[in-house]
Design a protein around this ligand. Structure first.
Ligand code: ADP
Length: 451
């Protein structure tokens, strides 16, 4: 069954049940109170009659009084001590022959009588002879039956009439809920068929969940498209970047083939170039894999980590691998919740760049500032031209191919660094002045910084 029909039939059924239950409640409350009212009225007039009878001395006079008090559509009778009927009067044909005898243990007795209900009560009274007798009064509730039938008809009419707006509102509700879902399904089907990222039209100012769902869907589509384009660009950039070393390898291999056999110096040069390019390709492939790995949020494990220890380790690696001095200033210990392994990888990328693009010492400074922890890596090298700074996080972006040829590099380092920073919930700031140096700052966010 379609969601629209489910909502429609369920809400209609629920409303119908609710209406029937409330109508039944009203009906039975009315029925009960009406019986009570009839009973009170009958008891009231019976009591008046007993008072009148108690003043009588003549049986004939008592009979006249009884006639005056006989209820409409009812009957009265006096029953003696031994159960014999002393007197009986009636205003409805046949009641004397078939008198509904009241049950003395109950307040009143209801028995069916000719398609109606007969309400009977019994109270003791004093008969003019001085004997204590039983006054039994009964009344056939013809009016009550008619009233209840009328009430039933009115309620059925109201229920049927109320079903019209209920059905209309449930259809409207079904439409309100399912229309955006249908739009989503349509957009998804179209996107799947055409291989595009289609969005749906959503009211700009709407605040309900359905509008939010539409907006989230559109945001998701934008993100999917961006990721798809990024990936597409990455694949084309990567294949382009890999083409260069392959071409170099190929041309040196040909050179080796043609002239390398006779001239050992050419063979050595070709082999060195081939090895160099192979090394570059391996490095590039490893970095590409790194980039893919660092993109996965699940690979980040946050735990209490001493940042100073991580910075010391990364600096130590650069010093022992390249013999470059790294000075660390600032806090001796700083514990915060982060992923130490990824942070170390990020520091190594930045320290390695500082090493590659400068000759002097490298300064690392750590500082706690409000809810942030700042780690700055400062070098005093060639610096980066201002126009290049916005593109440094782009994959394969290199400032100057000529200048980078000597240092090697793939243009992936800072892209990886940026991905790691995002994974750590951190931000990277780059300040640089040509021929003066570069300072890259990691802003680590941690609300519960403790020293
Ligand atoms: P690469 O592998 O080429 O170093 P990166 O993504 O790490 O790639 O850096 C991109 C470019 O930014 C580099 O080619 C380099 O020109 C420039 N760069 C990065 N760090 C520094 C630095 N500390 N000093 C000067 N230039 C830098």
């Amino acid at each position: 069954m379609k969601l629209k029909n489910k909502i429609h039939s369920l809400s209609t059924l629920m409303m119908l049940i609710l209406l029937i239950l409330s109508n039944l409640g009203i009906y039975f409350t009315f029925d009960r109170t009406q019986h009570k009212t009839e009973y009170s009225q009958l008891l009231g007039s019976a009591k008046e009659l007993t008072v009148a009878l108690s003043k009588m001395t003549d049986e004939e006079e008592a009979e006249i009084i009884l006639r005056a008090y006989v209820p409409p559509n009812g009957a009265l009778r006096i029953v003696g001590k031994n159960g014999n009927e002393v007197l009986s009067v009636q205003s409805m044909e046949g009641l004397d022959r078939n008198f509904p005898v009241p049950d003395k243990s109950e307040q009143y007795t209801l028995v069916p009588y000719n398609g109606y209900e007969a309400l009977s009560i019994a109270i003791p009274t004093i008969w003019p002879t001085g004997e204590v007798v039983q006054l039994e009064v009964t009344q056939v509730l013809t009016d009550l039956k008619a009233n209840l039938r009328l009430l039933k008809m009115v309620m059925i009419g109201i229920t049927l009439f109320a079903m019209i707006p209920i059905i209309i509102s449930s259809i409207t509700l079904g439409r309100i809920v399912t229309q955006p879902i249908e739009k989503l399904i349509q957009a998804m089907t179209d996107s799947r068929r055409s291989g595009t990222f289609q969005q749906i039209v959503v009211p700009e100012k709407g605040k309900d969940e359905l509008t939010q769902m539409g907006q989230t869907f559109n945001e998701l589509m934008v993100q999917l498209e961006q990721n798809y384009r990024k990936q597409e660009k990455f694949v084309s950039d990567a294949s382009h970047e890999l083409k260069t070393p392959i071409t170099v390898i190929d041309s040196y291999a040909r050179l080796l083939e043609r002239r390398g056999m006779d001239k050992p110096e050419i063979a050595l040069e070709a082999l060195a170039a081939i090895r160099n390019e192979t090394k570059r390709m391996t490095e590039m492939i490893e970095q590409m894999l790194d980039l893919a790995r660092n993109n996965e949020p699940a690979s980040y494990i946050f735990e209490e980590t001493d940042i100073r220890v991580i910075v010391d380790d990364a600096a130590q690696m650069i010093t022992s691998a390249y013999g470059r001095a790294v000075q660390i200033k600032g806090l001796d210990q700083l514990i915060l919740s982060t992923d130490g392994t990824h942070l170390k990888q990020l520091l190594i990328i930045l320290l390695d760049n500082a090493r590659k693009y400068s000759d002097r010492e490298i300064d690392v400074e750590m500082e706690e500032r409000n809810e942030y922890v700042r780690i700055s890596i400062q070098d005093y090298g060639k610096g980066i031209p201002e126009k290049d700074i916005p593109y440094l996080f782009d994959r394969f972006y290199r400032v100057d191919e000529d200048r980078n040829r000597k240092t090697g590099g793939t243009g992936l380092g800072l892209a990886i660094a940026n991905e790691i920073a995002i994974g750590l919930g951190a931000k990277l700031d780059i300040e640089s002045k040509e021929d003066e140096g570069t300072k890259i700052t990691i802003w680590l966010l941690n609300a519960s910084v403790s020293q």
